[in-house]
Design a protein around this ligand. Structure first.
Ligand code: HC9
Length: 510
């Protein structure tokens, strides 16, 4: 409480000077001449944006740090499909409609920029570490991103990634069978989150480094476990710093800043170890090997980015690939446990795909539209990111309001996913809704959009699809009755309580 008042006072002094985007008279673009008479100025957008400090206090009283997604939803209910807001030093215009998302992304310019997460840039500056593509902007971002795209997100790479990811998927299944066997009850009831963290880290590492960390074994490297814990802590400590400047927290020696630094230190130390290891091996290696060596070695051999740039982006991919995919898989298993008939339908699709592709995994992945729909459906109801944002590069008009270039505009992804005007019966988990192509226009945005979308997308999607294939082929997923789980915001959305699931083997013991 005392800390909060210190912060509020300092904020009052440092930010009383007002808004970041000064709104001069609206400059209406030539493209909208006939509507210019009804376009309303920026200052008339409804919402609470006049006093960031008061709003921060109210936000804090509502436990907003944890409830951001629910507060956004409520704001759309109060103000309609567009509202303006300022909390602490965080100022934005919020939108919810797919057609408005289309306008937003058309105005993102050549160098799309999302909200600057100052906690992350402050840490890099503080420790003198390079930004990777996650944090870079402008031409530096573009030139790095173009090279990384070819090695990380291009469809061509799937043939390299799939065998690596399939092996991890098979090992996960073997591990679950072992746990079931050990339980002596022919089933395993547990909170799978720790297991899924390990699965996700093992998967992303095998793609990045072409090597296994060994996390599917009984004894695991304590450093790898520490890495996992550091990522969770890093996300958790980021959210308050969205509203309160990290420089301020650092000056007053706040615990949240110290924890944040400790978390990133742990992440970078582990990633540095993995990277050094591959680097050393590459230098000792003689002759060409034909096998795919992983993203990191490919980038080093390609020799188009500096080693420091490669290290920064590879670390980001490694850190960004753990909680995000594992939580999405956990939600998916939870939904499958709640919908046994759907689970059977998916299982039938997977069995048919297996037969038709004669077990060739790359081919199989092209034959599972409903499984892919399930993942989209999970990201609709339980998105990792509550919102997508861009600082717009040009003036736009949304919902008849003029929004000047440079403004931070956010699409409320969580709110959109639950809006009955956008999705028919939004409360229902229905993967088949994604099989109809006409309904998809700017609605499936779980990985973002355009050139700034998630770089890890292809790895994440493939890793999750392969996981579901193996799980559906081997286990029936059940849950305890009557436990409703909701989301809580810790920079990414997480389940607010442990999800306890029961896995039962489909076939008599192996
Ligand atoms: C969180 O209001 C809510 O894989 C804020 C706006 C915001 C900005 C940046 C977003 C963040 C939200 C959610 C988490 C995101 C992040 C950008 C990248 C991160 C989407 C919506 C992903 C989960 C990345 C994390 C990478 C890692 C190395 C930290």
């Amino acid at each position: 409480m005392q800390l909060l008042s210190v912060i509020l006072c300092s904020l009052l002094f440092s930010f009383a000077s007002g808004m970041r985007c000064s709104s001069s008279m609206p400059v209406i673009r030539q493209a909208y001449p006939e509507s210019s008479c009804i376009v309303r100025p920026f200052n008339e957008i409804p919402g609470l944006w006049k006093n960031g400090v008061v709003n921060l206090y109210n936000f804090w009283k509502l436990d907003g740090f944890k409830n951001l997604h629910r507060i956004m939803l409520q704001n759309f209910n109060t103000y309609g499909p567009i509202y303006r807001e300022k909390i602490g030093y965080y100022e934005s215009v919020n939108i919810i409609k797919p057609e408005d998302a289309a306008i937003l992304f058309k105005a993102e310019g050549h160098y799309p920029k999302r909200l600057k997460v100052e906690a992350w840039t402050s840490y890099r500056d503080y420790r003198n570490r390079k930004y990777g593509v996650l944090l870079k902007n402008g031409e530096d971002w573009r030139s790095n991103r173009v090279i990384l795209n070819k090695e990380v997100i291009s469809l061509k790479m799937l043939e390299n990634f799939v065998p690596l990811l399939d092996e991890v998927g098979q090992d996960f299944v073997a591990r679950v069978h072992k746990k079931i066997h050990r339980s002596g009850q022919n089933k395993w009831t547990t909170d799978l989150s720790q297991e899924l963290f390990k699965y996700a880290l093992e998967s992303v590492s095998s793609v990045l480094y072409g090597e296994r960390l060994g996390l599917m074994l009984d004894y695991i490297d304590p450093e790898a476990q520490r890495f996992i814990d550091c990522i969770t802590l890093m996300f958790k400590t980021t959210s308050p710093m969205l509203y309160i400047p990290p420089a301020l927290l650092r000056n007053i020696g706040a615990k949240v800043w110290r924890d944040h630094v400790e978390a990133w230190d742990g992440i970078f130390n582990q990633a540095d170890r993995c990277i050094q290891n591959i680097y050393r091996q590459l230098r000792q290696e003689t002759g060409e090997s034909k096998e795919y060596p992983g993203v990191l070695a490919s980038l080093l051999l390609l020799d188009k980015l500096s080693i420091e740039d490669i290290k920064a982006s590879v670390t980001e991919l490694m850190a960004g690939g753990v909680d995000t995919t594992s939580i999405t898989l956990l939600w998916t298993l939870y939904e499958l446990a709640r919908h046994p008939n759907l689970q059977e339908e998916l299982r039938a699709e997977v069995a048919a795909a297996r037969a038709e592709s004669q077990g060739d995994m790359l081919d199989m992945l092209k034959r599972i539209p409903l499984v892919k729909g399930a993942l989209k459906e999970t990201l609709r109801l339980h998105p990792v990111a509550v919102s997508l944002q861009r600082y717009i590069a040009e003036d736009i008009i949304i919902q008849n309001y003029h929004i000047p270039a440079g403004t931070l505009v956010q699409l409320g992804l969580y709110a959109m996913g639950r809006d009955p005007k956008v999705f028919f019966r939004p409360e229902q988990y229905q993967p088949s809704r994604w099989l109809r192509t006409e309904t998809q226009y700017f609605k499936s945005l779980g990985f973002g959009f355009g050139p700034r979308q998630c770089l890890g997308r292809r790895i994440a999607e493939t890793e999750m699809q392969i996981f579901l294939i193996h799980m559906l082929e081997n286990f029936r997923i059940e849950k305890q009755r009557n436990v409703e789980v909701q989301s809580t915001f810790e920079l990414i959305l997480l389940p607010d309580k442990p999800i306890i699931l029961t896995l039962k083997p489909l076939h008599v013991s192996q």
